[in-house]
Design a protein around this ligand. Sequence first.
Ligand code: 5GP
Ligand code: ZN
Length: 114
Amino acid sequence: MENCIFCKIINQEIPSYKVYEDDKIYAFLDISQVTKGHTLVVPKQHVADIFEYDDDLASEVFARIPKIARAIEKAFPEMQGLNIMNNNKELAYQSVFHSHIHLIPRYSKEDDFS
Ligand code: 5GP
Ligand code: ZN
């Protein structure tokens, strides 16, 4: 989709730090890390939010999350927990309207940026 920042990232028109990629999804580090390793998982198909997912897309995206969570854990073995978050529509704090799932590693309180 034109003028979508995450479509541009998927198409490598804007640089990003890739965490994982396959034919269905692209995962990359959030530019504004809540904690180190904060990753966004986005479907390659442009959908604005969760309301636009069909069953197949939901399965494809969510089935890949455990694998990506384990990759983050491997990169940051000191990680002690992980939040999975998905904001939908402006009122719910969505700011980029290409659906994405936040994977936010949690460490000891001292390591937390927030
Ligand atoms: P939302 O608020 O929509 O749930 O999350 C959007 C996220 O996208 C924010 O955490 C923000 O830091 C991240 N973001 C926005 N623009 C860019 C960008 O150009 N590159 C990367 N890597 N992350 C971005
Ligand atoms: Zn898009």
